[in-house]
Design a protein around this ligand. Structure first.
Ligand code: NAD
Ligand code: MG
Length: 377
């Protein structure tokens, strides 16, 4: 039996992780559950899973009598306080955005393993987080489907060098849109993701393909690969979750129907696989798998993210902070979709790149990026 914290328990990843906890009551106990502001949903989860601690970033008006048996924390640092009080074996970090960095950082102090969905924590604090994980010998188990696929393929590595990582990309909701139409794409257009059902922010990130850029940066940190050895290939069916190429040209891929419970369960149960009601992959029904090069002209955010990785220092932090501001404004229908790359680009032009040597440096670069992005809204 392992205890696990589900940080971001009310979200898309958090809910699917809890579906697995429900299926394996003898293997996992959710000892810490946290959310931002969805208090009613979290109360229901506390009633069902009876964790030791729980947290809400925004304090609710009242705490119902029947959830008071667990220890509650409220406020912006409540997630971390609830995590430190629970001291679980594992932490599933599934908060969205740089808001989740502090939780990842602190999980490395008290947990045996970190299960990472929160890619923005690595995009912004990757060098520091990976160094701390290595120093403390804490495995960082990827939950992002592409990185889980690569991690699974690397189980067959046997000490051999890797020539290239190939990240597949669905292409998002606007994959086949004309460039001229993309600028005015609405929230409704963008949230209609063809193959995955995810939180709002990441669904917008998929439509702009900045998500794939964030994932290139995430792969760079998780697998210690330079940007030049990470390629992106568009694959609309989302069946091939990603691939690893070895020196002899052999390419290993991990395939399956798109369902995030696959990668979440692989991280939770690692090295054991945890069956769930996965739809089997029926090759004859799928018929064909398509691949194409990404179109950097229609999806400039992907190129900007790869350039930010190559620039190093605070560049990925600036890109991420500006993207978070722009995506927030787009979801509030304050700006058209086409402004997202413009705002990211403006922030990258306005904020000078500086070295990152501490978590404080990360937050300083993020704040500068947010100010620059907000000035452009
Ligand atoms: P979501 O918006 O559905 O859920 C986010 C969760 O984090 C919620 O429980 C929310 O209450 C909590 N949260 C948000 N802001 C917070 C804050 N400031 N403080 C504390 N808690 C906060 O997001 P999601 O789609 O589940 O994505 C979570 C992370 O996993 C993201 O980094 C995303 O990129 C990554 N990811 C998601 C998917 C997916 O299929 N949804 C796939 C791969 C990677
Ligand atoms: Mg992914």
């Amino acid at each position: 039996m392992r205890t696990i914290a589900i940080l971001g328990a009310t979200g898309s990843i958090g809910s699917q992780a809890l579906d697995l906890v429900r299926r394996y009551p003898d293997r996992f106990r959710a000892s810490c559950l946290t959310a931002s502001r969805s208090s009613e949903q979290l109360f229901d989860l506390v009633r069902e899973f009876k964790p030791d601690t729980a947290a809400l970033a925004v304090e609710p008006a009242a705490l119902p009598e029947d959830v008071r048996s667990c220890q509650w924390f409220f406020g912006p640092d409540a997630t971390v306080r609830a995590l430190l009080a629970a001291r679980p074996d594992d932490a599933l970090c599934a908060i969205v955005g740089i808001a989740g960095l502090d939780a990842v950082w602190n999980a490395l102090d008290v947990c045996e393993r970190v299960l990472l969905a929160n890619k923005e924590a690595l995009v912004t604090g990757g060098d520091l987080v990976m160094a701390k994980a290595a120093e403390r010998d804490i495995p960082m188990l990827p939950v992002d489907s592409e990185h889980s696929a690569i991690f699974q393929c690397l189980q067959a590595r046997q000490g051999n060098p890797v020539r290239r990582l190939l990240l597949t990309a669905s292409g998002g909701a606007l994959r086949s849109w004309k460039k001229a139409d993309m600028y005015a794409a609405t929230v409704r257009d963008v949230l209609a993701h063809p193959t995955w059902n995810m939180g709002g922010k990441i669904t917008v990130d998929c439509a702009s393909m900045v998500n794939k850029g964030l994932e290139v940066i995430e792969a760079h940190h998780l697998f210690a690969m330079p940007a030049e050895k990470i390629d992106v290939v568009v694959h609309p069916q989302s069946i091939v979750h990603s691939m690893v190429e070895f020196e002899d040209g052999a390419v290993l891929a991990q395939l399956g129907m798109p369902d995030m419970r696959g990668p979440i369960g692989y991280a939770m149960g690692y090295p054991e696989r945890m069956p769930y009601d996965a739809r089997p992959l029926d090759f004859a029904a799928v018929g064909h798998l398509d691949f194409a090069a990404p179109d950097l002209d229609r999806f400039p955010c992907l190129g900007m993210a790869i350039d930010a990785l190559k620039a190093g220092g605070s560049a990925p932090v600036i890109l991420n902070g500006a993207n978070e501001v722009a995506v927030g404004a787009f979801l509030r229908e304050q700006i058209p979709f086409g402004r997202i790359p413009e705002i990211i680009d403006a922030a990258l032009q306005a904020v000078p790149v500086s070295p990152i040597t501490s978590i404080a440096d990360v937050y300083a670069a993020d704040a500068a990026a947010r100010r620059a992005a907000e000035a452009k809204l």
